[in-house]
Every structure is written in C-alpha cells, then in structure tokens.
Design a protein around this ligand. Structure first.
Ligand code: NAD
Length: 461
C-alpha cells in the first residue's frame, strides 16, 4: 500500500507515515457511502444536529490530542492552536447544528409541497491551512443536510480528520456515514471529484486545482462547490483611524504565517496618509516573531513546506525586482531560524496594483501597500484582481464605509474591524469560488429541492 510521509515544518524532518487511499479505495468507499446515506437521510434533522453538538463536546475533551494533530504537520506554535485553529471548528459544529434546526424541510407553495432533501453522496476535499476547520466547514453542513460524506484531507495535514471522525462516531454518527480517505490530490482527489457516484464535490483549495475539480465534476453533472484563493484588500478611506486599521490588517497577514485565504494582504491607502500607514505596518510586521512550535513567545511558525517557503521568497525577490520598496523583511530565513521552513514577515510599499505581488496569492506573511487617489480609485484597485473573497473598509464615517463596502465585488467585507460572523454566508465572487459555506446557507448547498404537485381539488397545508 502507498503511504504519505508527513514532514515537520519546524525541523524539516519526517515524523509520520499515513496510508494513502487509491482510486480503487475511492470506488469502494463511494458505494458504501451511498448505502449508509440511505439510512442517515431519514434521521430527523434535530437528531442529526445533536450528533454535531456531541461531537463538538467530544473534540473539546480531546483538545490536547487535537493540538498535536494540527501542530505537527502545520508547525503553528502550540500555544496558538486552540484559538487560531480549534475554536472556529468547534464553533462551526455547534452553529451548524443550530442552523439545521431552523431549516424548512417542507413548505407549501401553491399546489405543491416543496421539499429540501439531502443531495446525496458528498466528496469533501480539504486544504492544509486550517485543516480541522476546513473539514468541519464541509462535513458539518453535509451531515446536517442528511448526506453521507467522504472526506479527503490534504496529504500534508491528514491527522486531525481521523480525530473528527472518531468524535462523530462517539457522538452517535452511524458507521459508514463519514469515511476519511487520506491520499494525494492527483490520485484520491481526482478519483473523488470525477466519480459518477458522487453527487456534490465540496472543494477548498487553490483556484488552479478548483478549476480541475469543477471540470471533473462536470463530466457527471455533479455539483461543485468551490472555496478558492483570495487577494483581499483593506481600504483605508482618508478619514480612517490608520493605526487601528493597519494593526487589524497586519494581524490577518501574521496569523497562521499568512496562510489564510481571507488574509487582507493588500492595504489600500490614500496617498496623503501613505507614510503614516507605512510606519504602522513596518512596526507591526517587524514586531511579529517567528518561532518553533514550542516557543511560547512566537507569533507565527514556519510555512507548511519547502515549496511554500520557496514560493514566498520568490515573490519577495520578484517584488523588489519590480520596484516595490520593502519597509521591513525581505527574502531568506529570519535570524537564528536556519532550519525549518521559516520566512520573514515582509511589508512592501509603493506597490503598483498590476505587479505580481499585488495580483497573486502569496500565502505567506507578506503585506503590500498600494497608494490610491480618491474613493473610486480605491474601489477600482480593490476589485482589480481575479479574486473576490474578502475585504475591509475603514472610515471615521461608518455610513461612508458601508457605501464603499456595498460597491465591492467580494463575498465578505468587514467595516471598521467588524468581526467574522460564523453564521453569515462565506464564499467567493469571481475566481474565489462558487457556493457558500456556514450557517443555513452552507447546509442548503447540500440539499436538492423537490416539488410534489398535488391535484387542485386537494386542500394542502
Ligand atoms: P490545493 O489546491 O493544492 O489542494 C487542496 C486539496 O485538493 C488537497 O486536499 C489536495 O490533495 C487536493 N487536490 C490537489 N490536486 C487535485 C486534483 N487534481 N483533483 C482533486 N483534488 C486535488 O490547495 P492547498 O495548497 O491545500 O491550499 C491552499 C489554497 O487553498 C490557497 O489557494 C487558499 O487560498 C485556498 N483556501 C481557500 C479557502 C476558502 O474558503 N476560499 C480556505 C482555505 C484555503
């Protein structure tokens, strides 16, 4: 049997082997899931919701094991794992349970009963950056909707998926309704995305792979839900509280070493306030301390892999060559961290909106500052990438900020630091994706609508 070798990003050393699922394993798993799903689809929604809640409690009890399962392949400092990685995953299990209980399963429309029914077998393909949360974002709503799930975690971070499956089993999920299939993208991922027995493919990852997944799913006219990359902008209007706005933006770039799809990696600043913003950003990112997972004072760990480190450094080198000015950071390893996939938190300023560092997702702790002239110019630059995942607007006048927020072509916008809302719809415009996760919106993506027409002579209610 083939296996996946997991590498510790803090030491560059292999630390575990996990069996890798093959295309034949996927075939067998799809058939078994269809069978298990037939029973699960008939379990009342309220009972399905209870399973999710009990699973969250079980995961909370196993926090220490979960922290290890997440930090070993990801490298995030241990002390940050509960807040950065686990809280949102457990919260999503619970908020999805609450949302499921609000779902209208059947309603009367004219002479029809309109029903929301489980869409069928779900293939959930997850990335490595927030491994548990990304799995939960798919598994929880699909189970709440009544679907069986085949979960393929990233080959780089498969460990926590097993703990999630164990917690759900302990919470009463019948055997076979969730199956974890660790494996590579080209083998297990492709087999799942293109399998004719899969009804919904829920994918989170890069835009490039998302395109391939959508094409594979299209062959059997299966639904493809895609949560893809981002290059989100934080717009500081000319009356914004610059220190507060820059600190907020900088935090999103530091957390999880910048490996966050919604990170606000472009800071759009009115030319008149550029030097103030540069100073604040340089201070915030130069104060961020990279370190080993055992380092209690570390603000960020390494990036996930040698490939990712080289990619981030490549962007930093190319940014400088294109004429952008680094006000802190630069290529190479941070001082004293020669072993491990560490990169230096970096701020570029005087960045042209068309430069590669302003257009492409870097997925590392790199912030670019782009000067603009007037609100219309800011909106044009913010919308001027192929992505549309997240964003932020800051102003002393909340109504003015809201007006700009309404104009942006992006799935989420924070006004003056408004926090993430776990029951609001989450997803992308343009090449950031198709479909929405979270809350009731996320559950409905895993349902099919059926209309049962009744004779007009029949009174229905
Ligand atoms: P990736 O696209 O390389 O891989 C994602 C998943 O797809 C993995 O499980 C991988 O094994 C699988 N895969 C790879 N090739 C495949 C193929 N040909 N067919 C089917 N499956 C395949 O992404 P990644 O590097 O794991 O994650 C980083 C990316 O994810 C970034 O672009 C980031 O923005 C994006 N992301 C998006 C969101 C969101 O909600 N929009 C959230 C987190 C991450």
């Amino acid at each position: 049997m083939e296996s996946l070798t997991l590498v510790d990003p803090c030491t560059e050393q292999p630390f575990a082997e996990v069996p890798a699922a093959t295309a034949a394993d996927v075939d067998a798993a799809v058939a078994a899931a269809a069978e298990a799903g037939a029973t699960w689809s008939r379990v009342p929604v309220a009972e399905r919701a209870q399973v999710l809640r009990r699973a969250a409690d079980e995961l909370a009890r196993r926090e220490r094991e979960l922290v290890e399962a997440v930090t070993m392949p990801l490298g995030l400092p241990r002390h940050l794992v509960p807040a950065v990685q686990l809280a949102s995953a457990l919260g999503t299990l619970r908020s999805t349970a609450d949302a499921a209980e609000r779902m209208t399963v059947e309603e009367v429309v004219g002479n029809s009963y309109v029903r929301r029914e489980p869409a069928g077998v779900v293939a959930a393909i997850a990335p490595w950056n927030y491994p548990l949360m990304q799995s939960v974002n798919k598994v929880a709503p699909a189970l709440a909707a009544g679907c069986p799930v085949l979960l393929k975690p990233s080959e780089l971070t498969p460990l926590d998926a097993f703990l999630l499956a164990e917690a759900l089993a302990a919470a009463g999920l019948p055997e076979g309704v969730l199956r974890v299939l660790p494996g590579t993208g080209p083998e297990a991922g492709r087999a799942l995305a293109g399998h004719p027995g899969v009804d919904v493919v829920s994918f989170t990852g890069s835009t490039e792979v998302g395109r391939q997944v959508a094409a594979l799913a299209a062959a059997s006219v299966s639904r493809a839900l895609l949560e893809l990359g981002g290059k989100s902008a934080s717009i500081l209007l000319d009356d914004a509280d610059v220190p507060a706005a820059v600190a907020h933006c900088a935090r999103t770039v530091i957390v999880n070493s910048g490996q966050t799809c919604t990170a606000l990696t472009r800071l759009l600043v009115p030319r008149s306030r550029l030097s103030e913003a540069e100073e604040c950003a340089a201070a915030a990112l130069s104060a961020a301390r990279p370190g080993h997972r055992d380092d209690q004072a570390a603000d960020l760990g390494p990036v996930i892999s040698a490939r990712q480190r080289d990619r981030v450094n490549g962007h930093i080198v190319a940014g400088a060559a294109a004429g952008a000015v680094a006000v802190t950071g630069g290529p190479g390893a941070p001082q004293g961290l020669d072993r491990g996939f560490y990169v230096r938190p970096t701020v570029f300023t005087r960045v042209d909106p068309q430069m590669a560092i302003a257009q492409q997702e870097i997925f590392g702790p790199v912030l670019v500052i782009i000067p603009y002239d007037g609100d219309d110019d800011a909106v044009r630059i913010a919308d001027g990438t192929p992505y549309g995942l997240s964003g932020a607007v800051w102003s002393g006048d909340v109504e003015r900020a809201l007006e700009v927020a309404r104009r942006l072509r992006t799935g989420q916008v924070s006004v003056n630091g408004g926090p993430f809302n776990p029951v609001a719809p989450f997803g992308g415009y343009k090449q950031s994706g198709i479909g929405r996760e979270k809350g009731l919106y996320g559950i409905e993506e895993f349902t099919e609508l059926k209309a049962i027409q009744m004779p007009l002579s029949e009174e229905i209610s």
